[in-house]
Design a protein around this ligand. Structure first.
Ligand code: HDD
Length: 710
């Protein structure tokens, strides 16, 4: 499907769609005008005094066009500058009245419109999608009771415990101010200086250096509200709650080598993946989960439930799945929608309330404040993407870019001239939960926030062997780039508090001493739910490259392709050149990708076409062999039939059992490499291959030859 195709939004389905429809203009069949609606005769030549003379000041069309252009940028977000959005809807599975009065969480037949913006945190707007970073996952629900924003990340905890330190952590992780280096990376001195100087970061750094920070797709990320919120029911009873988004496709990641290569070969990898999936009708789905905690259980844990550097292990507080979000429409205009979307943790509806989490309390100030500057004044709620579907009535007036024409003389409360309209609504208006608060003003941190390491150990214990290796290699990359040796040594000492073995392995790769004696917290528990090893897997929507050249075996290739496509796998044919390829028997297939326009890192799996002439050509191409060896190194499934197997051997796919020349019609599957020779029927082969693709990665290869990326 055409990459530039947009969904036809001509049939608005709900109130939000209708609102957006009002703002849409497609300019088809129109005449060119100025912003005053005056027709323009020529927009290619400015008005000049003589054919070769100077431009004349009175050329209002030139001046208007140029002035608008000169002003068409707005400040990028201070953090989360690079993002990508999509529309969709949310439906609750069953009424949640027992826990919350939020209207959008009551009626399973109601589809609440949503807009979601995914983002990276550190890089600027033009940075690459696949860098190692936290991902933002911000959802705006346009509910009948007003807008509710769930401003989440794909990691359940945060760097710091108090919002007052947010400017510090952001200054430390952003490019260093003297030379603006490095872009979109934590791998530099100021960040690691911050880490070792502020040990509350330990747990978050473990997540940041894990595979979570290099997601395969926005469609394959969890989302976490991070902060503790409250659900409040109609009777006024409150409970603590943590929000989760669980992707139906499971949680999956790239390898670090893939991430780095993609940053060069396809910096738009994630946004393209989302855009294309929605255009193909493969709508991403995420279930909304809540962890609910009774107020009387607040102190039942060995961590403080208000501390945002801690998560509530699912094994202790189960996640109740309460509904599902489906993203089914791409935006029409990036700037108007994604760039102008303004999220705010303070945008809540009756039934959802805050906790005293000191990070959340600061967020409640920051979002509104930053948007006043970024969106140029106090009226950004009137921009179509931000406008609630619920009616808006109050006595706020004026300000830059006011769109509403407020009628009448009265703009104050209380008033008698308009019978005090708009009326406060004591019954159904938002009521803040009446938490009892009584304390001294004190600028200090609660002692219950003092443990910085126990959950970091819990996370480490929960990782599979492959995930642990990836974390250690990430330390080698990140801290290896730090110039100051003292900081590097302090990293080893700091993470020795998490786990002695981890610290020794970090030290081994970064040129400093191992810890004097092995440390740790003594925590031996794990939380299996945080390991990606235990996530949902499957072949649907995975992307496969078929390497082919002239002389390919048409019957085999089309049989394999059809079986894979039926399983929901997306297939590209990659060859030296774009264009038609002829099979040995003369049938045609189009190579829609070439080595110049694609690379193994853009795919989840590889199939090598059979056919003697085809494989002879592939054997002569270094690019074909690189395609195979990269796919192998990145632990991804590879399939080959007959002569295709010879390319695998030539590309040094070693240590794997493959079908030999004499094997009769037997499928060999070893470490995700699936092969068959002399087969008349490929049914068993395609089934095995689809299974291998459904498993995604075959990490055992990492241990086998030691040449895996990390
Ligand atoms: Fe934040 C943007 C998520 C802590 C201040 N944040 C922003 C976005 C997301 C998050 C997803 C992008 C919204 C969008 O797509 O437009 N932030 C989080 C999470 C946090 C967190 C999950 C930890 C619990 N943030 C945090 C703190 C502060 C901020 C502690 C300040 C006190 N965040 C901001 C901001 C941003 C922002 C400066 C930048 C642009 C914007 O808000 O609109 O206000």
């Amino acid at each position: 499907m055409d990459n530039n195709q947009q969904n036809d939004a001509a049939n608005p389905e709900n109130e939000k769609d209708m609102q957006l429809e009002d703002a849409r203009v497609d300019h088809k069949g129109t005449r060119l005008t100025t912003n005053q609606g005056v027709g323009v005769t020529n927009t290619d030549d400015s008005l000049k005094a003589g054919e070769r003379g100077p431009t004349i000041m009175e050329d209002f069309h030139f001046r208007e066009k140029m002035t608008h252009f000169d002003h068409e940028r707005i400040p990028e977000r201070v953090v989360h500058a690079r993002g990508f959005g999509a529309h969709g809807y949310f439906q609750v599975y069953e009424p949640m009245a027992e826990f919350t009065e939020a209207k959008f969480l009551q009626d399973p037949s109601v589809k609440t419109p949503v807009f979601v913006r995914f983002s990276t945190v550190v890089g600027s707007r033009g940075s690459a999608d696949t860098v190692r970073d936290v991902r933002g996952f911000a959802t705006k629900f346009y509910t009948e009771d007003g807008n509710y924003d769930l401003v989440a990340n794909n990691i359940p905890i945060f760097f710091i415990q108090d919002a007052i330190k947010f400017p510090d952590v952001v200054h430390a992780i952003k490019p260093e101010p003297h030379n603006e280096i490095p872009q979109a990376s934590a791998a530099h001195d100021t960040m690691w200086d911050f880490v070792v100087s502020n040990t509350e970061t330990a747990h978050m750094m473990m997540w940041l250096l894990s595979d979570r920070a290099i997601p395969r797709s926005f469609r394959m990320m969890e989302g976490f509200g991070v902060n503790t919120f409250r659900f409040v029911n109609e009777q006024g009873k409150a409970r603590f709650v943590k929000f989760h988004w669980k992707p139906k496709l499971g949680v999956h990641s790239l390898t670090w080598d893939e991430s780095q290569k993609l940053a060069g070969k396809d910096p738009d990898f994630h946004r393209k993946d989302l855009w294309e999936a929605i255009n193909m009708g493969e709508y991403p789905e995420y279930e909304l989960g809540v962890q609910i905690l009774e107020e009387e259980d607040e102190f039942k844990f060995d961590f403080d439930i208000l501390d945002p550097t801690k998560f509530w292990p699912e094994e202790l507080v189960p996640v109740k799945i309460i509904g599902k979000m489906t993203l089914d429409r791409n935006q029409d205009n990036f700037f108007a929608e994604t760039e102008q979307a303004a999220f705010h943790t303070g945008n809540v509806v009756p039934g959802i309330d805050f906790s005293n989490d000191p990070l959340l309390q600061g967020r409640l100030f920051s979002y509104q404040d930053t948007q006043l500057l970024r969106l140029g004044g106090p009226n950004f709620h009137e921009i179509p993407i931000n406008r609630p579907t619920a009616p808006v009535n109050n006595n706020q007036r004026d300000g830059f870019h006011r769109m509403t024409i407020d009628r009448g003389a009265v703009a104050y409360s209380k008033n008698s001239l308009r019978k005090n309209d708009p009326q406060p609504d004591p019954k159904n208006g938002y009521k803040h939960y009446m938490e009892k608060v009584d304390g001294q003003k004190i600028r200090t941190r609660s002692e219950s926030f003092n443990d910085h390491y126990r959950q970091a150990t819990l996370f480490w214990n929960s990782m599979s062997p492959a995930e642990k290796q990836h974390i250690i290699k990430a330390f080698h990359f990140e801290v290896g780039k730090v110039k100051d040796k003292t900081i590097k040594q302090r990293v080893v000492e700091m993470f020795n508090n998490v786990d002695g073995n981890l610290a020794s392995q970090i030290a081994a790769g970064i040129g400093v001493d191992p810890p004097a004696s092995p440390g740790g917290t003594g925590v031996t528990d794990s939380s299996p739910a945080v390991s990606q090893e235990n996530t949902i897997k499957g072949a649907r929507t995975r992307k496969l490259a078929v390497l082919a050249e002239n002389g390919f075996n048409f019957k085999e290739v089309t049989e394999v392709m059809t079986a894979l496509q039926t399983a929901g796998i997306h297939v590209d044919i990659v060859s030296k050149n774009l264009g038609m390829l002829s099979s040995a028997e003369g049938q045609q297939l189009e190579a829609n990708k070439s080595y110049a326009t694609s690379a193994a890192v853009m795919y989840d799996a590889l199939f090598v076409a059979s056919g003697q002439q085809c494989v002879n050509s592939l054997m002569m191409q270094k690019d074909a062999k690189t395609f195979v060896s990269d796919t192998f190194i990145h632990a991804k499934p590879i399939g080959a039939t007959n002569e295709g197997i010879d390319l695998l051997t030539a590309a040094e796919v070693q240590g794997v059992t493959m079908a030999g020349a004499d094997d009769q019609s037997k499928v060999f599957t070893d470490l995700g490499v699936v092969t068959i020779r002399n087969a008349t029927d490929l049914t068993a082969f395609t089934q095995e291959f689809i299974n291998a693709i459904g498993q995604h990665r075959h990490w055992m290869r990492e241990n086998q030859d030691g040449k895996m990326s990390g």
